[in-house]
Design a protein around this ligand. Structure first.
Ligand code: C2E
Ligand code: CA
Ligand code: CA
Ligand code: CA
Length: 277
């Protein structure tokens, strides 16, 4: 039993070592991913109760030359810890502008949501960067929504609000991503220049069967209404979930039920002849 235990420890340590090596290799590769054109933005539509696209979220994909697809659940945290997310975030904004123009020339005038990480948001020159990118790309900020998480509001709330206001002046709107999963001091809701709450898929998954989750989703919807905020539900996979959300006046739905995240070019070709607003 004792030697088996020792073997187990040795095995475990060996595993941890490869995991650390693996992480370092991935991090090094991620540094080069941008130049190697391994990163790509895919788009997932957000639809209204009639199933019409009223917006879309852009999500990052990493096609590693040797390893194939690496999950965002793996490389986004890595990018955040290493600080690489700042450079990647700059690129995401540029891509968003490019895709927006592509959509508009195909007749689709809806907003694109991008994920903005706290590190990216907290750069001193973030507002200047965004201003410059919009100007260079000739894009109207009214077509951009920044998804931020509750973590952004933990400290320096005053400064965060000031920065959000400056970005709002450019037309940019704010959505709270993964709403309800973080440090929900609801106190900040009334102080922030917000447009939308985004219900996390963990709450959507088991509605309407699970009474607790259904109560949470219902509360978010009624609270948003009272604050004058829009609500988008993510991770909508079933007709039952969609029906519950629609019956409770959820503004838009995003999930596999409607569409997987796909290349914008593909979405455009699938929606040729349609005009969406
Ligand atoms: P998120 O912002 O909460 O994005 C929603 C995730 O749910 C996405 O995972 C999306 O592909 C997935 N999803 C969409 N519909 C469904 C559904 O019906 N069922 C299920 N089970 N999942 C669904 P993804 O693309 O793997 O991204 C994971 C996370 O990585 C994102 O979570 C976001 O936090 C982060 N991320 C992705 N792209 C970016 C980016 O460009 N910048 C930053 N900072 N973070 C990003
Ligand atoms: Ca998001
Ligand atoms: Ca989420
Ligand atoms: Ca998120």
């Amino acid at each position: 039993a004792k030697s088996a235990g020792r073997n187990q420890i040795a095995f475990f340590e060996g595993n941890m070592q490869t995991e650390v090596e693996h992480r370092l290799t991935l991090e090094r590769d991620l540094t080069k991913a941008l130049e190697l054109n391994e990163l790509q933005m895919v788009m997932q539509a957000q639809v209204n109760d009639a199933g019409v696209a009223v917006g879309a979220e852009l999500l990052m994909r990493w096609h590693h030359k040797g390893r194939g697809m690496v999950s965002p659940a793996v490389f986004i945290p890595l990018a955040e810890e290493s600080g690489l997310i700042v450079k990647m975030g700059d690129w995401v904004l540029q891509e968003a502008c490019r895709i927006l123009k592509q959509l508009q020339s195909a007749g689709h005038y809806f907003s694109l949501s991008i994920n903005v990480s706290p590190k990216q948001f907290r750069q001193k020159d973030f507002v200047d960067k965004v201003t410059a990118t919009l100007a260079t790309q000739g894009v109207d900020g009214n077509y951009l929504i920044f998804e931020v998480t509750e973590g952004l509001f933990i400290d320096n709330l005053q400064e965060t609000i000031a920065r959000m206001s400056k970005l709002s002046d450019l037309g940019i709107r704010f959505s709270i991503d993964d709403f309800g999963t973080g440090y929900s001091s609801l106190n900040y809701l009334k102080r922030l220049p917000l447009y939308e709450l985004k219900i996390d898929k963990s709450f959507v998954q088991d509605i309407p069967g699970d009474a607790n989750d259904t109560a949470i989703v219902g509360s978010i919807l009624s609270m948003a209404r009272q604050f004058g905020l829009k609500v988008v539900a993510e991770g909508v996979e079933t007709v039952e979930q969609a029906n519950y959300l629609i019956a409770n006046d959820c503004d838009s739905m995003q999930g596999f039920l409607y569409s997987r995240p796909i290349a914008p070019e593909l979405w455009i070709s699938q929606h040729a002849q349609e005009q969406t607003a």
